[in-house]
Design a protein around this ligand. Structure first.
Ligand code: S3P
Length: 421
C-alpha cells in the first residue's frame, strides 16, 4: 500500500468533554470551534442538556454553541453517559457540588468500569451515594456543599484528577492530588489556569488547586486529537512507500508519549509545532514508512500514552525484536479488557503476544497478518487492527469497525482516503 496526502484529525476528545462541561457552568454563550462530534462527545452534550444547558447539535465542521448557567438544573431523567467513562467521571465531579440527586447510567461497557476511584474521594468531600459506596454505574449522587480534599490517586488517571479538580471548582474548595506513576494528561490543569484558578505543583509531586478564578464563556478552537492521529501515524508507518502529513494535531507533551516510543522504535515521524490552541501546542506530524524495532515501555511512560497502547502494540507486532509494555494493568478496565484482547487478537492473526502479570510482551514478525479480530465494540481495538490492513498480504476481519465512531467520526473513510494500492 502507498500512503499519501494531508489530513486534519478530528477534535481532541479529552478537551471537548472538558470544554463542554466547563462551558455548561459558565453563565452565557460559549463557542467551540473544531470540537469533536463523535458518540462520546455527544454523550457529554446529552447529559448537559438534561441538566438544563443549551448545547447546539454536534455536527462535523460546525461550531458548537453552549448556553451555560452558573448552576445546573435538577435532572428529570437519568444521565446516560453511553460508552464514555470521561463523561461519567468528570460530570460526577461537577454534580458533587449540586444539592440535588442525579442518577447516572451508561452502556454495558461503561457499567463494568470501576467508579469507586471517584465515588470514594467525592464522598470524602461530602457527596452522598446512599448507604454503600457504589463501585459501578448505574447509581445516584446527591451533592451539596463540599469540604477541601487531599487525595493520593490509586492510579495515575486524568479522569480521576479531572473529576476531583472539577469538584473543587464547582464546590469552591481547595483540592490537592498526588499521582503515583507518572503524570496523566494535564488538560484540566491548563484549562483551569486559563480561567484564573491557581493550579500548581510542589516538589513532592502534589498538584494544588485553589478556587481563585471564575468561569466566563469560552471562545476557543480545539486542537486535533493526538490519539486519533496515532492510528493514521500507524498506517503510514506500515505502508510500503509514500508519506502522510497530519495537521492541527494537539502536541501537549502529556499526550505525545507515543511519539517518544515511536522514535525509539526507529519510526520516521517528525512533529513541528506551529501554534497554540486552548493553551496547548498544536502542529503537524509528517510520517514516512519504514522498518521498526522493538522497545521497552516503562511504567512511568504509560499514563502519557495510555490510549495509544493498542496501536503501539500492533506496530510492535510488525517490528524486529521484542517489545514490552510494563504495568499496563489499567488496560483491563478500559472500554474493554484491552490487555487480554490485544494479546488474544495478536495471537489470532499469527503474531506472538503474551500477558505476563501486568506486562504485555510482543514478539515482532513479518508474516502477513491473517485472521479474525474480536473488538468487544472497543473503538481503539477496532482502529488499531484495521490499520494492519495496509500490510501487504493482510487478510483481516475486524468484527466491528463501526464502533470507531465513539472517538473518530469517519475513521474508515479517512483511512481509505490516505492509502491506495
Ligand atoms: C481521559 C483519560 C484516560 C483516557 C481516556 C480519556 C480523559 O483515562 O484513557 O480515553 O479525558 O481524562 P484514565 O484517566 O482512566 O486513564
Amino acid at each position: 500500500m502507498i500512503v499519501h496526502g494531508s489530513v486534519t484529525v478530528p477534535g481532541d476528545k479529552s478537551l471537548t468533554h472538558r470544554l463542554l462541561l466547563l462551558s455548561g457552568l459558565a453563565a452565557g454563550r460559549s463557542r467551540l470551534q473544531g470540537a469533536l462530534t463523535s458518540l462520546d462527545a455527544r454523550s457529554t452534550a446529552r447529559i448537559l442538556r438534561v441538566l438544563g444547558i443549551g448545547v447546539s447539535s454536534l455536527r462535523p465542521n460546525a461550531d458548537v454553541f453552549v448556553q451555560g448557567r452558573s448552576r445546573f438544573k435538577r435532572p428529570l431523567k437519568p444521565l446516560d453517559c453511553g460508552n464514555s467513562g470521561t463523561s461519567a467521571r468528570l460530570a460526577l465531579g461537577l454534580l458533587a457540588a449540586h444539592g440535588f440527586t442525579a442518577r447516572l447510567t451508561g452502556d454495558n461497557s461503561l457499567r463494568r468500569r470501576p467508579m469507586r476511584r471517584v465515588t470514594e474521594p467525592l464522598a470524602q468531600m461530602g457527596a452522598h451515594f446512599g448507604p454503600t459506596l457504589p463501585a459501578s454505574l448505574p447509581f445516584a449522587i446527591k451533592g451539596g456543599s463540599l469540604r477541601p480534599l487531599e487525595w493520593r490517586l490509586p492510579v495515575s488517571s486524568a479522569q480521576i484528577k479531572g473529576c476531583l479538580l472539577f469538584a473543587g471548582l464547582a464546590g469552591g474548595v481547595p483540592v490537592s492530588l498526588w499521582e503515583p506513576t507518572g503524570r496523566s494528561r494535564d488538560h484540566t490543569e491548563r484549562l483551569l489556569r486559563g480561567c484564573g484558578y491557581s493550579v500548581s505543583e510542589d516538589a513532592g509531586g502534589w498538584i494544588h488547586f485553589a478556587p481563585t478564578g471564575s468561569l466566563t464563556p469560552f471562545d476557543l478552537a480545539v486542537p486535533g486529537d493526538p490519539s486519533s492521529a496515532a492510528f493514521l501515524v500507524g498506517a503510514a508507518l506500515l505502508a510500503e512507500r509514500g508519506s502522510l502529513t497530519l495537521t492541527g494535531v494537539g502536541l501537549n507533551p502529556t499526550r505525545t508519549g507515543f511519539l517518544r516510543v515511536l522514535d525509539r522504535m526507529g519510526a520516521q515521524v517528525t512533529p513541528s509545532t506551529s501554534g497554540e490552541r486552548c493553551g496547548e501546542p498544536v502542529g503537524e506530524l509528517h510520517i514516512r514508512p519504514g522498518p521498526l524495532r522493538g522497545t521497552t515501555v516503562a511504567a512511568e511512560e504509560i499514563p502519557g500514552l495510555i490510549d495509544e497502547i493498542p496501536i503501539l502494540a500492533v506496530l510492535a507486532s510488525r517490528a524486529s525484536g521484542t517489545t514490552r509494555f510494563h504495568q499496563v494493568g489499567e488496560l483491563r478496565v478500559k472500554e474493554s479488557d484491552r490487555l487480554g484482547l490485544l494479546a488474544a487478537n495478536l495471537r489470532a492473526i499469527g503474531s506472538r503476544a503474551a500477558v505476563e502479570g501486568d506486562t504485555l510482551v510482543i514478539e515482532g514478525g513479518d508474516a502477513p497478518p491473517v485472521g479474525r479480530v474480536r473488538t468487544d465494540a472497543d473503538h481503539r481495538i477496532a482502529m488499531a487492527f484495521a490499520v494492519l490492513r495496509v500490510v501487504p498480504g493482510a487478510k483481516l476481519r475486524v468484527d466491528n469497525l463501526q464502533c470507531a465512531e465513539v472517538s473518530f467520526p469517519g475513521f474508515a473513510a479517512t483511512l481509505r482516503s490516505v492509502t491506495s494500492k
